[in-house]
Design a protein around this ligand. Structure first.
Ligand SMILES: NC(=O)C1=CN([C@@H]2O[C@H](COP(=O)(O)OP(=O)(O)OC[C@H]3O[C@@H](n4cnc5c(N)ncnc54)[C@H](OP(=O)(O)O)[C@@H]3O)[C@@H](O)[C@H]2O)C=CC1
Ligand SMILES: N[C@@H](CC=O)C(=O)O
Length: 376
C-alpha cells in the first residue's frame, strides 16, 4: 500500500472539509492501493503532531473531532484528548514543521497542504520545497508574493500543485499546463473568476440588496475570511497573477490594474471587519443597485472580469450583454475562456462552481493524489 504523509496548514472552511473528504474516501483510496496519513494539523495558534511521523498518524476519530471543534470556531489548543499526539504553540510551529520536513522530505516524502488565507506561510513553504517535500495550495498568497518566492515554490514543478487557487475545483491550471506542454501558445485569457462576485452580481440583478447577498456569500463559504478581499478585486487579481505567471510572465501585483467595489476609507487599514459588515456594506447598496439598473436598461448585466492579453493584465467591473457567456453566469459559477493557437476562433471554455468549501477541498484532495507516484 502506497502512503502519503500529509501536514495540513489551516483548518477552517476548506481545511476541515478536506479532512472530511480524506476520511470519507478511505475505502476508495484503499482500493487504489493508497493511504493518506495525516501526521499534523495546525490552525493559527497551534500544531497537533503525531509522536512518530514515520509510523503514526492522526486517527479518523481525532480528525473528525478536529473538524467538529474547528467548525464551532474553537481553537485547536482547546482539544482535550489527542492520544499519542503532541500540541505545539505557534512559536514552536515553524521549527517543528521544518524538523519533520527535514526528516521525511528526502526519505519517505511528505506533503504540505496550505489551506490558510495567510501570507505568512510562504517562508515555510519555500523551505520545505528545498527539503524535498511536496506542496499543495488552496491559498493564493504564497504564489502571488514576490517573484523570488514564486520561483522557489515552483522550482520542482512535479512537487507543487495549486489547482484550487483558480476556479476552486475546476481544471483551469491543469488545462493551461496541458496546452503549454504541447507547444500551444496562449494569446488571451478572459474570465469571471470570483465565485463571490458572480453570486453577488446575479443576486443583485434579481433585486436583492448588495449588503445582504455579500453576507449570504460569506455564510455559503464563498468569500475570503474578510470579504473585502473579494470586493476589492484583490482575490481576482491574485488569480490573474497566478495565471499570468503560469504563462511565463514575470510580473507582480503592482502590474495588475484592479478596480475595487468599495472606497479606500472602508479598507482593512481604516475600518474593522465588524464595522464594515454592519455599516460599510449597507452604505454601498444604493450605488450598486443604480449601476445594475443602468446596465439592465441597456440590456446588459454587470460582471467582474479578468483579462490577460498582450502584456496587459486587468480586473474590474464590465457591463456585458445578458446573453453573452459571462453575462449568462449565475450563482457562484466561474467561466474561463482561453484563446490559443489551437483554440483561436472559438475559445476553450471551462465553466462551473468556482467557490465553496466542498468543491475547493475536492480539488485539493485530487492535487494530493496526483503526487502518489512520488511516494513509496
Ligand atoms: N472557500 C472557497 O471557495 C475557496 C477558498 N480558497 C482558499 O482557501 C483558503 C482557505 O479558505 P477558508 O477555509 O475559507 O479560510 P478560513 O479562514 O475558514 O480558514 C483559514 C485557516 O487557516 C488558519 N491560519 C491562519 N493563519 C495561519 C497561519 N499563519 N498558520 C497556520 N494556520 C493559519 C486559520 O486558523 P484559525 O482557525 O486559528 O483562525 C484557519 O484555520 C484561502 O486561502 C482561500 O483563498 C481557494 C479557492 C476557493
Ligand atoms: N473567495 C473566492 C474563493 C475562491 O477562490 C471566490 O469567491 O472566488
Amino acid at each position: 500500500m502506497k502512503s502519503i504523509p500529509v501536514v495540513l496548514l489551516g483548518c477552517g472552511g476548506v481545511g476541515t472539509q478536506l479532512l472530511q473528504h480524506i476520511v470519507s474516501c478511505r475505502s476508495l483510496h484503499a482500493k487504489q492501493g493508497l493511504v493518506l496519513r495525516v501526521v499534523g494539523v495546525c490552525d493559527s495558534k497551534s500544531l497537533i503532531l503525531v509522536s512518530d511521523v514515520f509510523t503514526k498518524d492522526l486517527d479518523d476519530s481525532l480528525l473528525l473531532e478536529i473538524c467538529r471543534l474547528k467548525n464551532s470556531s474553537s481553537s485547536l489548543a482547546t482539544l482535550t484528548s489527542f492520544g499519542e499526539c503532541k500540541v505545539f504553540t505557534n512559536l514552536e510551529l515553524k521549527r517543528k514543521v521544518l524538523d519533520i520536513a527535514a526528516l521525511l522530505g528526502k526519505s519517505i516524502g511528505l506533503t504540505f497542504v496550505d489551506c490558510t488565507a495567510s501570507s505568512e506561510t510562504v517562508g515555510v513553504l519555500c523551505r520545505v520545497v528545498e527539503l524535498g517535500c511536496c506542496v499543495v495550495l488552496a491559498n493564493k498568497k504564497p504564489l502571488t508574493s514576490d517573484m523570488d518566492d514564486y520561483e522557489k515554490l515552483v522550482l520542482h514543478p512535479r512537487h507543487i500543485r495549486h489547482e484550487s487557487t483558480v476556479g476552486a475545483g475546476l481544471p483551469v491550471i491543469t488545462s493551461i499546463n496541458r496546452l503549454l506542454a504541447s507547444g500551444d501558445t496562449i494569446a488571451r485569457i478572459i474570465g469571471s473568476l470570483s465565485g463571490t462576485l458572480g453570486y453577488v452580481m446575479s443576486e443583485v440583478e434579481d433585486g436583492k440588496p448588495f449588503s445582504e447577498v455579500v453576507k449570504a456569500a460569506k455564510g455559503l463559504g464563498y468569500t475570503e475570511p474578510d470579504p473585502r478581499d473579494d470586493l476589492s478585486g484583490m482575490d481576482v487579481a491574485r488569480k490573474a497573477l497566478i495565471l499570468a505567471r503560469l504563462l511565463g510572465w514575470r510580473i507582480n501585483m503592482d502590474n495588475i490594474k484592479v478596480e475595487s467595489l468599495y472606497p479606500q476609507e472602508m479598507g482593512p487599514n481604516t475600518m474593522s471587519l465588524d464595522d464594515f459588515m454592519a455599516s460599510g456594506l449597507p452604505s454601498l447598496d444604493k450605488d450598486i443597485e443604480e449601476k445594475t439598473k443602468v446596465a439592465s436598461i441597456n440590456g446588459n448585466v454587470l460582471r467582474y472580469v479578468c483579462m490577460i492579453e498582450g502584456s496587459s493584465c486587468l480586473v474590474g467591473i464590465k457591463e456585458l450583454p445578458k446573453d453573452s457567456p459571462l453575462g449568462r453566469l449565475r450563482g457562484s459559477d466561474n467561466v474561463v475562456e482561453i484563446y490559443s493557437r489551437c483554440y483561436s476562433e472559438l475559445p476553450l471554455v471551462i465553466q462551473g462552481a468556482g467557490a465553496g468549501n466542498d468543491t475547493t477541498a475536492a480539488g485539493v484532495l485530487a492535487d494530493i493524489l496526483d503526487f502518489q507516484d512520488l511516494f513509496p
